[in-house]
Design a protein around this ligand. Sequence first.
Ligand SMILES: Nc1nc2c(c(=O)[nH]1)N[C@H]1C(S)=C(S)[C@@H](COP(=O)(O)OP(=O)(O)OC[C@H]3O[C@@H](n4cnc5c(=O)[nH]c(N)nc54)[C@H](O)[C@@H]3O)O[C@H]1N2
Ligand SMILES: Nc1nc2c(c(=O)[nH]1)N[C@H]1C(S)=C(S)[C@@H](COP(=O)(O)OP(=O)(O)OC[C@H]3O[C@@H](n4cnc5c(=O)[nH]c(N)nc54)[C@H](O)[C@@H]3O)O[C@H]1N2
Ligand SMILES: [Mo]
Length: 772
Amino acid sequence: MAESDTHVRRNVAYPYSSGGWGSLKAVTGALVHEKVPLRETTVLLKQNKPDGFACVSCSWAKPADPHTFEFCESGAKATAWDLTARRMTPQFFELHTVTELCAWHDHDLEDAGRLTAPLRYDAATDKYVSVSWDEAFEDIGRELRALDPKRVSFYASGRASLETSYMYQLFARMYGTNNLPDSSNMCHESTSVGLKAAIGAGVGTIMLDDFEKTDLMFFFGQNVGTNSPRMLHQLQDARKRGVPIITFNPLREPGLIKFANPQSPVEMVTPAHTVISTQYHQVKTGGDTAAILGICKAVIHADDRARERGEPRVLDVGFIEEHTVGFEAFADYVRVASWDDIENVAGLPRADLEAAADEYMRANAVIAHYGMGVTQHRQGVQTVRMLCNLLFLRGNVGKPGAGPSPVRGHSNVQGQRTVGITEKPELAPLDKLASQFRFEPPREKGMNIVETFEAMIEGKVDAVINLGGNLVRSVPDRARTEPAWRKLKLTVNIATKLNRSHLVHGEKSYLLPCLSRIEIDMQAGGAQAVSMEDSTGCIHGSRGVAEPASADARSEPFIVAELARHTLGAQSTVDWQRWRDDYALVRDEIARTYPETFHDFNARMWTPGGFPRHLPVRERKWETKSGRAEFFVPESLGEDPDMPMRDARALCLMTLRSDSQFNTTIYNHDDRFRGIHGDRMVILMCEADIDRHGLKKDDRVTLQTISDDGFERRVAGLRIQPYDIPRGCIGGYYPECNPLLPLWHYAKESKVPGAKSIPVHIVEVNGVPRES
Ligand SMILES: Nc1nc2c(c(=O)[nH]1)N[C@H]1C(S)=C(S)[C@@H](COP(=O)(O)OP(=O)(O)OC[C@H]3O[C@@H](n4cnc5c(=O)[nH]c(N)nc54)[C@H](O)[C@@H]3O)O[C@H]1N2
Ligand SMILES: Nc1nc2c(c(=O)[nH]1)N[C@H]1C(S)=C(S)[C@@H](COP(=O)(O)OP(=O)(O)OC[C@H]3O[C@@H](n4cnc5c(=O)[nH]c(N)nc54)[C@H](O)[C@@H]3O)O[C@H]1N2
Ligand SMILES: [Mo]
């Protein structure tokens, strides 16, 4: 208790809470900035409603009985960004060459508005020029037919619907490749690999009603206030029931500290904020394996003592015996682990970890939420497995109010994998697709993101098709990946707005403007709806309500169907035109391929709250190698192998999001929650490190990645901002810091780039080189 109290008191120093008046002001500001007409602002009332559209921002669950305003600041900004009154017409492109647009800031590119008509890059004028849809589809089809399918990659960014994603993977496979990289390759792939091995399902197991039944929640490396704010509703209700929340995060994140609910008038007019985290542990970056090990050590120690004294056991012995393998080896490892090592790597005192363990042992049902702070590390998969170890000790999987909760990113990133977007052939129902569509799908492994870019650098990729995304900005190692991208023969971009990856283009390049799913999607078969899967594995329908940004933009299913039709021609056994006109037919096919989850799909897609995917682990049926939940012995305490241990000047850089961005889309240059305004070229550093490195607040530094591969990776002009963060750890923004992240610095089992632990040196201060 004393532990919680001190943490609660420390919160007082933080002026920013998530939600509250600041949040409402930001939403209104976004609508005004985008010049959204008043009648369109009512569109927000349809956001995340059973008969409305699923928010284009994060993938958090949509409740069956939504609030009147079932949106958050981030979601409202994302909606305003799509509803904007601004347009990037072909006339705009007549006025600006691509070289000229390259000099624009990323923010200004997207801020110039929605793309309205299909465009083709014209090398003679260095401009994007108008092209008819038919010409575009015919030319892209012709180009693709002339290429080797193994040298073409089909990227999916995670926003496109289940219908579009299913069509997209089928198109790629009929064309002849499993090269289906997606954003989860940079995101929760460590979850897909780690959870699959541990519990037999690569997704989280909790649902919304588990929040009503849980006794304790952990947060490891997930910034809920910024990145999944609607979840604050459930957290706040749980806190009102007295449920403790224990957070592990190097940064003191205001969004994890307290919450002012903009939809609760009482909290808006009184300063009484609800405390979110009852314990807040500022673990060192990459220290989570060690921290979790410390908690496990305290739990197993307490159980050993209880056994000796003949007291009730601390472990859920019934669960461990009936449902798991590997417990003894794990327990032996934990018993001999040294507290000194644990404290050292976690950067936390033993007493803090014991305090967390005490709460854990008191709770009968525990949820572990986690995000990029866990997955984007060299040891990301191992940490996911350690989290499972911790949950297994007290049977916290497959019972009400308990389970792992990887909080997903893009609004349908989990769903696109569910319907076949994967480069791993064993994860796709290839035999099913073969018989359903009478073709022979490719059987060899395709390329994920890192592999696509490794191959591109070696000149082994000819074309990339982009269903959303901005890879030139989102992938690591910009100085190596951007020139490789420029050498592609063909880049095809299905997008709502112009971004850097369209300007840094291949020899041939097309820009195909699509509708946002906020918009009414009228096809030959009438107004169409689509569907997505949220972070809790529930599937929802989504129907657009706003006027389309342009009569000449097309829906994503339309564009994918036409690309497939023009590329595959008569060899295709699919009637793409019928699918294009009526997405219900696509849902019928999804139901045939995946009957356990999607049976009666068309009838069930409007179920309030969504319908749950088939997930046997919720009933403690483990689809693992052993048929049981698998304990795991970590190979190390989690130290990053690329971090030079004895180099006192080395710093560990994590790349972060602000509340004013959605990935590479920068709404503005503020980070309201962290109290940073007008500047994203910032390095968060603790006062002790500022002194130790002889720096002052607002100094501008150049960072250089520590590596011996012969490449110099630098980012200059980063302003020093004092912040509450552990010594040796610093924070910067994604994507500005991506040039520092080497392509080979990834989690070895999942190939997720280690964006949260980049080893760097300060090599310049205010333009003056530092002695090395
Ligand atoms: N508004 C908004 N919402 C978004 C997005 C967005 O950009 N903007 N992006 C979407 C996407 S695609 C994703 S994947 C999610 C991302 O959402 P999150 O998973 O929250 O990802 P990040 O903001 O990158 O960082 C997460 C947190 O990890 C902490 N952290 C860093 N290193 C460590 C570590 O070693 N250990 C621990 N315990 N913590 C660490 C950071 O301090 C930060 O608070 O959000 C989605 N939602
Ligand atoms: N250093 C570092 N790098 C990271 C991360 C990090 O934390 N640190 N995070 C990683 C993560 S978690 C992710 S998910 C990736 C994301 O990486 P990407 O998927 O490459 O990037 P996004 O910024 O999500 O894509 C934005 C673009 O999508 C297009 N778009 C927006 N809405 C739509 C739509 O409805 N349809 C279509 N077709 N296009 C649309 C717009 O043109 C917009 O410019 O980045 C990763 N990279
Ligand atoms: Mo993500």
